[in-house]
Design a protein around this ligand. Structure first.
Ligand code: GLC
Length: 626
């Protein structure tokens, strides 16, 4: 090695090693912080504020959008909005009842809006007069709730809208509200944002972290156009005052302790990182009298199980009324979930999600060490469950509700004989494997009940051209979700492809076919609820020797999934393929041309057509038809 080499090596060591050590250290700290969150799996969100007092109506008009956005949507002038303090009475507020309700539902942590986008603080604040002391309630409801939650052994977090604050001119954001409350064009006030952050947002976060003892989680929202430095300033203040407090992903720029997902977005496959899915019971977060579109209790329970099977936390929202009364349907839903949790919660707490690549037709799988839990929402064909690619020593298979042992047969594949069950109750089978023997799962896409489900994330990017350098996606996605910077095809936290277009390469998949025959080939994509299905997209797919060239994707059906209504899935038929023999098949997918979507506006509003920048693939599915 010559001198030059030594020099370069030393330089490299100097640069790389301290960085690595720091990374390891911060990852170690993150792992310690997030331990309770991984164990908890189930949380309860509370949206409560002045908007609750409008019940979703203003001067006889019902807001067409989310309850907590009413000021913005209906352009309520600030001078009128502030009068709502008289109606925010909290007359029947019973924090102990809320905490007990959460606890009985099986919830392990509670997060409440300490200040939402309207800028009103639910706590006495020295920083801003626009706070709870203006209301008839003379106490600090957040302090009372924390104490009540702690009495129930629940973890506690504050939601804090760190970028939007419609009470402050400098922190207003959405166009619609601009010409309304403040009458100034956006570019004239934007420069003051830093001042708002320094003088209101950060000092209030400081108050929240200083005045209430240990806080387990700070939940930021809508980073919008914050700079990285501004997001970092929020992280810094939390770390400085309470280093053990978790920070959610919506702080921006992936600076949180866990990744962000959209509202009501269930990832379509196993999560690749720590995530939390936040969900509404109807369509709104803040109380809205006219929103009676309640999801069924079975549906909400289904979301909890689906999230757990993806390795994702589930936080379900309640929107109490201004007097503190929780809508009855919310109470009923929480009771229903609690009932199931009472018998089966060990299949949720501390689990790590489905270890197989596959989704199963009969329900979901979670795992805890050497135990697997099968959560059955449907009868398996012939009352027989098959699991492929698992190796280990099975000790027992039993029903969680009555401990009854089930018959099994474990050769190459594991067969479990299922007795007559009431699938509306989502029975759970616990499989216990010997912890002294290795338990492994072959990461293949197998066929189950005639369906081969091939999640997008199991694809490998191939033939990336040198000009794959695509423009970086920007951070200021509405809720701070867009991943940044990585070239080529990548996967969103929700599991669908990002940056997948003609320039960024192809995706290669493989799957195992059980038996020769004819299969229908379907391609699944999802969309953001504010966009239409993308029309005009063309793909080329090769399966073994069969080529589907330049197939124009049509929307054959949109999947009615009320659970993840913010990200509807559609499937498109690519064609039919015939396999002459069983065994492994290779698939290669490329995008020839991207189509256009419409921005879905309100009725009567002009729709803007935009060219898409990526095929949002969630999975490919092969369904045996003959
Ligand atoms: C969105 C909305 C906000 C709501 C939040 C819940 O960011 O702007 O009103 O509180 O989602 O996740």
């Amino acid at each position: 090695m010559n001198f030059k080499c030594y020099f370069v090596l030393t330089l490299l060591l100097l640069i790389v090693i301290p960085g690595k050590a720091q990374d390891n250290q911060s990852e170690k700290e993150r792992n310690e912080r997030i331990e309770w969150f991984r164990e908890a799996r189930f949380g309860m969100f509370i949206h409560w504020g002045l908007y609750s007092a409008t019940e979703g109506e203003w001067k006889g008009k019902t807001t067409p959008a989310l309850g907590e956005w009413i000021q913005n949507t209906l352009k309520i002038p600030e001078k009128d909005y502030v009068t709502l303090v008289d109606k925010f009475t909290l007359a029947h507020y019973n924090p102990d009842a809320w905490a007990a309700m959460a606890k009985n539902a099986g919830v392990r942590y509670v997060v409440i809006t300490s200040k939402h986008h309207d800028g009103f603080s639910l706590f006495p604040s020295k920083v801003s007069d626009f706070n709870i002391t203006l209301t008839p309630y003379k106490k600090d409801p957040l302090k009372e709730l924390i104490d009540a939650c702690h009495r129930q052994g629940l973890k506690f977090g504050f939601y804090y809208s760190h970028r939007q604050d419609w009470h402050e001119e400098a922190a207003s954001y959405a166009k619609k509200e601009y010409n309304n409350h403040f009458g100034k064009p956006k570019n004239q006030v934007k420069a003051d944002l830093d001042k708002y952050i320094k003088e209101k947002a950060i000092p209030q976060v400081r108050e929240l972290l200083t005045n209430y003892g240990p806080i387990d989680l700070i939940w930021f929202d809508t980073p919008l156009d914050l700079t990285k430095e501004q997001s970092q300033a929020f992280v810094d203040v939390v770390r400085q005052i309470q280093p053990k407090c978790l920070i959610n992903g919506r702080v921006g720029y992936n600076l949180g302790d866990y990744g962000p997902l959209g509202d009501n977005e269930i990832p379509c496959c196993r999560a690749q990182s720590d995530l939390e899915m936040v969900a509404t019971m109807n369509n709104t977060w803040g109380y809205k009298k006219s929103d009676n579109n309640w999801k069924s209790p079975q549906n909400i329970l289904g979301s909890l199980l689906e999230c757990a099977s993806r390795g994702v936390n589930y936080m379900i929202n309640i929107g109490p009324k201004a007097d503190g009364i929780v809508p009855q349907p919310s109470i009923d839903i929480l009771n229903f979930v609690g009932n199931w949790m009472h018998t089966n919660s060990e299949a949720i707490y501390g689990t790590t999600g489905n270890p197989f690549n596959d989704n199963f037709p009969w329900g979901y799988v979670t795992r805890k060490g050497h135990d697997l839990y099968l959560l059955l929402n449907q009868k398996p064909i012939d009352n027989k469950i098959v699991l492929k690619g698992v190796k280990g020593k099975l000790l027992s298979a039993k029903l969680l509700n009555d401990g009854k042992l089930l018959k099994t047969d474990f050769g190459n594949e594991l067969y479990i004989r299922v007795p007559l069950l009431d699938y509306t109750k989502i029975p759970v089978i616990k499989l216990s494997f010997d912890s002294m023997k290795e338990l492994t799962f072959t990461p293949k896409n197998f066929e189950y009940e005639g369906i081969i489900d091939i999640p997008a994330v199991t694809g490998k990017a191939v033939s990336v051209s040198t000009d794959a350098e695509n423009e970086e996606s920007v951070q200021n996605d509405f809720i701070g979700m867009a991943t940044k910077g990585k070239k080529g095809i990548r996967f969103a936290t929700g599991g669908y492809t990002e940056n997948f277009n003609g320039k960024t390469g192809k995706l290669m998949f493989s799957c195992e076919v059980d038996a020769p025959g004819k299969y229908e080939v379907r391609l699944y994509t999802n969309r953001h609820h504010s966009r239409s299905f993308t029309e005009g997209t063309q793909i080329t797919l090769t399966i073994g020797k069969t080529q589907f060239n330049h197939i124009l994707l049509k929307q054959n059906a949109e999947i009615a999934n009320t659970r993840q209504h913010s990200y509807p899935d559609s499937w498109s038929r690519v064609g039919y393929v015939t396999f002459n023999k069983s065994g492994e098949q290779t698939l290669l997918l490329s995008v020839d041309k991207l189509g256009r979507f419409s921005v879905v506006g309100k009725v009567g509003e002009d729709l803007t057509r935009e060219v898409d920048n990526s095929l949002r693939l969630t999975k490919i599915e092969l369904r045996k038809v003959e």
